[in-house]
Design a protein around this ligand. Structure first.
Ligand code: FAD
Ligand code: NAD
Length: 475
């Protein structure tokens, strides 16, 4: 192996592997070092996203949704099932198959692009040297013109509720249950709590989610969060807000969680607990004290608006730096950094990063919320459209939820789009493109949408901003 490369990337998650591929597309030599190994001890590229995050969670969300719909909804379509059964082992095997296929695919992409994929740990030394320690072998030094740090994040542990891998698990553990728990406790009603809580609830668990904040989904638009909360309640998800967990006690059949809210102390007894209270950047053992890379007070690697660290020719991207912990945010940073290294002009607009929560109904948004615009003193107008009036949504038996478009009063520019409803994660793409092109509300109003599609709800919400919705009464 050559011990000198134009670029060395540490971490092969969606930030690091995408950066490596883009660097290679520029004709530069690149090595990508990744530490991930499977439970069977096999190296596996793809990071959290492919191995224990986005992909396996979406596989289980899809399977559990199908099971739930077969159980609850099929009757309405006139489809009768004599005996519905759940083979969790097969469901898990399907998920594992998808994960293995996609992770192997990253190795194939590395090969096709001439990228040297290295399995083991990387450590940044002074003067852009990287110490590479393979899982089974001697460490060696690699020199690089540029280094990209993309080591990702790991779950936050609560001191009062330490992980034990069996009754108290993190998100990775919650993707691997081999039996549906009768009673599942989830700490944190954030993205992971809601997605994985939904998976196990659909498969039959009694799920209680304890959330420390008084406000549900505080990062989402309030109207959208309210509607989502209403839907989750109807589904039987027991979400308790303002609940601060104080202690955990192991009982014969599971665990008891003691928590406090404004009404006093309470406890719940459950078989298993998933702790999903956020993630923290991974920098342990990564940075030699003399390498010149600064870390902020929360442990994130300090970067400027184009992901330059405080050390020359060292860049950092993805979950290990500020900004939302989202796969597509890290990937886009990877592309930007690779282009900058190759001498191109590149930047990214952090205001137009879509968020998607893959519950049922899905929740998705891009741009500003009403609360953010009020706080910033921007005059805005809003339009909404309920999926109840969408022919396609009704045909799909998914008439709950709405689309909301927020626009600037002065310029008519679209400032935010917020959706709770069927395939919201797909629908938000149209809003992202519109906002990327700084579209006005009128642009969206005059865009022809196919019929009958869910996208008509986005169109109608844009029309509703100016009280011109066709299939709703304009107030
Ligand atoms: P990671 O994916 O964490 O990859 C970092 C890699 O670096 C890892 O392989 C790690 O082993 C390796 N590494 C760490 N230190 C070293 C070292 N010193 N040397 C070598 N290698 C090292 N985001 C979405 O956008 N959509 C979703 O639907 C979504 N679902 C999620 C579901 C779950 C359950 C979880 C946990 C997360 C989810 N996320 C989702 C978040 C998403 O997974 C992360 O934002 C994304 O993986 C971050 O990418 P990254 O490349 O920065 O880091
Ligand atoms: P999160 O930040 O989304 O939610 C954590 C929740 O836990 C918050 O609501 C917070 O108020 C609550 N909390 C914090 N401390 C608590 C405590 N002591 N007791 C009770 N509640 C507490 O974090 P997450 O759900 O762990 O997800 C981690 C990251 O992974 C997020 O940044 C998210 O963007 C990413 N992720 C994204 C997706 C997606 O894009 N669909 C899916 C899963 C994860």
């Amino acid at each position: 192996m050559s011990s000198k490369f134009d670029v060395v990337v540490i971490g092969a998650g969606p930030a690091g592997y995408v950066a490596a591929i883009r660097v290679a597309q520029h004709g530069l030599s690149v090595a990508c070092i990744d530490a991930w190994v499977t439970d069977q001890g096999e190296p596996s590229f793809g990071g959290t996203c492919l191995n224990a995050g986005c992909i396996p969670s979406k596989a289980l969300l899809e399977s559990s949704e199908l099971y739930h719909r077969a159980k609850v909804d099929f009757g309405k379509h006139g489809i009768g099932i004599r005996e519905l059964s759940l083979d969790l082992a097969a469901m898990q095997a399907r998920k594992e198959g998808i994960v293995r296929q996609l992770c192997t695919g990253i190795g194939a992409l590395f090969k096709a692009n001439g990228i040297t994929g290295l399995s083991g740990r990387g450590r940044l030394l002074p003067e852009n040297k990287v110490e590479y320690s393979p899982h089974d072998g001697e460490s060696e030094l690699i020199e690089a013109e540029h280094v990209i740090l993309a080591t990702g994040s790991e779950p936050v542990e609560l001191p009062a509720v330490p992980f034990n891998g069996t009754t108290v698990v993190d998100s990775a553990g919650a993707l691997e249950f081999d039996a549906v728990p009768e009673r599942l406790g989830v700490i944190g009603a954030g993205v992971i709590g809601l997605e994985l809580g939904s998976v196990w609830q659909r498969l039959g668990a009694d799920v209680t989610i304890l959330e420390a904040m008084d406000q549900f989904l505080f990062m989402a638009d309030e109207q959208i969060a309210r509607e989502a909360q209403r839907q989750f309640k109807r589904q039987g998800l027991d979400i308790r807000l303002g609940a601060r967990v104080r202690a955990l006690e192991t009982t014969g059949s599971g665990v008891r969680l003691a928590y406090e809210d404004t009404h006093g102390g309470h406890d719940i007894s459950v078989d298993r607990v998933v702790v999903a209270v956020g993630r923290k950047p991974c920098t342990e053992g990564l940075l030699d004290p003399l390498c010149g890379v600064a870390v902020d007070e929360r442990g994130f690697i300090d970067v400027d608006n184009v992901c330059r660290t405080t050390a020359g020719n060292v860049w950092a991207i993805g979950d290990v730096v500020r900004g939302p912990m989202l796969a597509h945010k890290g990937s886009e940073e990877g592309v930007m950094v690779a282009d900058l290294i190759a001498g191109e002009v590149a930047s990214m607009d952090y205001d137009i990063i879509p968020s998607v929560i893959y519950t049922s109904p899905e929740i998705a948004w891009v741009g500003k919320t009403e609360a953010e615009l009020k706080a910033g003193g921007t005059a805005f107008k809003t339009g909404t459209f309920n999926f109840a009036a969408s022919g396609r949504a009704q045909a799909m038996d998914q008439g709950a939820g709405l689309v909301k478009v927020i626009s600037c009063v002065e310029t008519d520019q679209i400032l935010g789009v917020h959706i709770v409803g069927p395939l919201a994660g797909e629908l938000i793409g149209e809003a992202v493109v519109a906002m990327e092109f700084q579209a006005s509300t009128e642009d969206l109003q005059r865009t022809i949408h196919g019929h009958p599609t869910l996208t008509e709800a986005v169109h109608e919400a844009a029309l509703s901003v100016d009280k011109r919705a066709i299939h709703a009464i304009n107030h």
